[in-house]
Design a protein around this ligand. Structure first.
Ligand code: ZN
Length: 246
């Protein structure tokens, strides 16, 4: 399974780099996980968007969905050479207005996923866990059926202990790390220290911190995470276009 980072800022794009988006590929199947601001432009560098097999959205905050509308137009305006006649876009159904927006003519179609169901999608089995966020958001565990390798994406969430089991022994874990360790007050994302703790407790084999802040030193954010994770954990920071093979 290959995972490519198409955008990693939280909230808004910055310095030519977009918000949340990841291309997951296995056995010629192309899954786009989240479709934030700037993600479609970045995706086009690597894949004709008509070659997508499916899109999966962790939640409906704009920094995870901003490019869904233009992706729908891309499909509407290109009726030839689609890999699928209609692009399936998977999302939660708790927010009906946003869910209904995933269906556009016969070009794209919203399909609900449910926390207690395992989604069987091409080469993947996908599990969900509701996170702690102001809107319904779901962490996803994507398991490659042929290898049993697993990729976990925390989506957006504040820290809670239930994440540890969900992330257990992941071959790749990408965490929402939007705050430096000294962040005070109400938090709807994890701090560097909390991501480091999750990296350590989950025993994930490879960890990448993402959903990054536009301020401060990202080297410091990474060092804070590594300090908490300990020397056994392999922790790195998101880079645009980086591809990880697991
Ligand atoms: Zn969010």
């Amino acid at each position: 399974m290959k995972i490519r980072i198409l955008g990693y800022y939280g909230g808004y794009p910055y310095n030519g780099i977009g918000t949340s988006g990841y291309l997951i590929q296995s056995n010629n199947f192309n899954l786009l996980l989240d479709c934030g601001s700037g993600v479609l432009l970045e995706l086009e560098k690597y894949l004709n968007p008509l070659q997508l097999d499916a899109v999966l959205l962790s939640h409906y905050h704009h920094d995870h969905t901003a490019d869904i509308g233009v992706l729908e137009y891309y499909w509407q305006l290109n009726t030839e050479n689609r890999k699928e006649p209609t692009l399936p876009i998977y999302g939660n159904i708790n927010d009906k207005i946003n869910f209904d927006g995933l269906t556009w003519n016969n070009d794209t179609k919203g399909i609900p996923y449910h926390e207690n169901d395992i989604l069987n999608l091409g080469p993947f089995l996908i599990k969900f866990m509701k996170t702690k966020h102001p809107v319904s958001a779901y962490a996803v565990k994507i398991i490659e059926k042929s290898t049993n390798k697993s990729f976990v994406f925390t989506a957006d969430t504040r820290y809670f202990d239930g994440l540890i089991n969900f992330c257990k022994n992941a071959d790749l874990l990408i965490t929402d790390t939007n705050f430096y360790k000294n962040k005070k007050g109400t938090k709807w994302h994890m701090t560097s220290k909390e991501s480091g703790y999750l990296a350590k407790q989950s025993n994930a084999k490879n960890v990448i911190i993402s959903h990054l802040p536009q301020y401060g030193s990202l080297d410091e954010l990474l060092n804070e995470t590594r300090d908490e994770a300990g020397s056994n954990a392999k922790v790195n920071i998101a880079k645009l276009g980086l591809q990880i093979n697991i």
